[in-house]
Design a protein around this ligand. Structure first.
Ligand SMILES: Nc1nc2c(c(=O)[nH]1)N[C@H]1C(S)=C(S)[C@@H](COP(=O)(O)O)O[C@H]1N2
Ligand SMILES: [Mo]
Length: 370
């Protein structure tokens, strides 16, 4: 297999903030992210752990095996012909989104210092994983089973390299919203987003949505990979790399309530008077019911106007508010509320973790009005 190299990046916006080239890790600037409710592929963040594989769609196969009565070996054409295509609007977000804010508390070892752009919202089209598992002879959600996904890329593990492998519970796999997707926003997937086939697990951290998918395996335990068993865990704040006990970590699947300010940006100087503040909020499954915006670090709040899609439980919310800024320095802040009346913690200090995951504190942006 040869790496996709330049082909892989030909469609990318030149404005992306590139955190690393190989593996490719990049996120859009926040005003670009906030410019479209459905994020174009060219502006969509990219998170890779290894090289982007160049795959021939005519020869690509998907194996479905493990604890199923009828193992399958499918071409892409088989997938399209045998199963009804479904489209789901869903957010994809990295568990490391907003790690840069955690880094302000204490250094993390997560590596990539994501700003709030490691998130995007797309319309994904593909076969429902539930339909494919049913065709493989599995239709009863048996307690305790898991579904593993294997990608075509090799990722670093303990000094060597292994195939990318993650898993979800069979319950989630049969829920209908989990897709084996070949299209994003009505276009074929770009190489960097998993061409020709990827998993999309709405509501879960991006890590479970394996790209360049080549195998789906039903098992009686989670995938054996470090990616599943050890990395991507939320560890207690006192733990450091030196004394880490991975069994104390919470496996990161469902994502927390979150919100970020996309405009204006940190350090901007604005004309005093009314200033438009815009951003996104995301609750996944629960609804975002209110978004509050402050110009004084959270002492006073103004309610933002929300833009949402009805009946789109995996989608996000755009919000906008006008704040009147007197001349001087201001700390803008945002917090979202969900349909259970819960909101976000004020400071990242309370849940800092050395891997730098799940930063969902009020997003704060210092600006100056002149
Ligand atoms: N095969 C494979 N799948 C993968 C990854 C990877 O490195 N290899 N990265 C995961 C992570 S951590 C995230 S956040 C999402 C990012 O998807 P995107 O690059 O299309 O935005 O892909 C996931 N799927
Ligand atoms: Mo991620």
């Amino acid at each position: 297999m040869r790496p996709a190299g330049e082909n892989a990046t030909r469609n990318l916006s030149p404005d992306l903030i590139v955190h690393s080239h190989c593996p490719l890790n990049a996120e859009p600037k926040l005003p670009r992210l906030r410019a479209a409710f459905v994020t174009p592929q060219s502006e969509f963040y990219i998170r890779g752990h290894g090289e982007i594989p160049a795959l021939d769609p005519a020869r690509h196969r998907l194996r479905v095996d493990g604890l199923v009565s009828t193992p399958l070996d499918l071409s892409l054409q088989d997938l399209r012909q045998r199963f009804p295509a479904r489209t789901v609007a869903a957010v994809m977000q990295c568990a490391g989104n907003r790690r840069a804010d955690l880094q302000q508390v204490r250094p993390t070892s997560g590596g990539l210092l994501w700003q709030p752009g490691a998130i995007g919202h797309a319309e994904w089209t593909g076969a429902a994983l539930a339909d494919v598992l049913r065709a493989a002879g599995l239709d009863e959600p048996r307690a305790g089973l898991h579904v593993a996904f294997v990608g075509c890329d090799a990722v670093p593990a303990d000094g060597g390299e292994v195939a990318y492998e993650v898993s979800i519970t069979l319950d989630k796999a049969l829920s209908g919203e989990v897709l084996l997707a070949w299209m994003m926003n009505g276009e074929p997937l770009a190489p960097e987003h998993g061409f020709p086939l990827r998993v999309v697990v709405p509501g879960y951290a991006g890590v479970r949505s394996a790209k360049w998918l080549r195998a789906v395996t039903v098992r009686d335990s989670p995938a054996d990979s470090l990616m599943q068993r050890r990395d991507y865990k939320l560890l207690p704040p006192h733990m450091t790399e030196a004394d880490v006990d991975w069994s104390a970590g919470i496996t990161i699947d469902k994502m927390p309530l979150n919100a970020a300010i996309c405009e204006p940006g940190p350090g901007e100087t604005l004309a005093a008077g009314p200033v438009a503040v815009r951003g996104y909020a995301v609750a996944t499954r629960r609804e975002v019911t209110r978004v509050d915006v402050s110009s004084d670090g959270g002492r006073h709040w103004t309610q933002a106007r929300l833009e949402q899609r009805p009946d789109a439980p995996w989608s996000w919310t755009f919000w906008q508010a006008a704040l009147d800024l007197a001349p001087g320095a201001h700390e803008l802040a945002v917090r979202a509320w969900d349909s259970a009346g819960q909101t976000m913690p004020a400071l990242p200090d309370e849940f800092w973790n050395f891997k730098g995951y799940l930063c969902a504190a009020w997003h704060r942006v210092p600006v100056v009005a002149a």
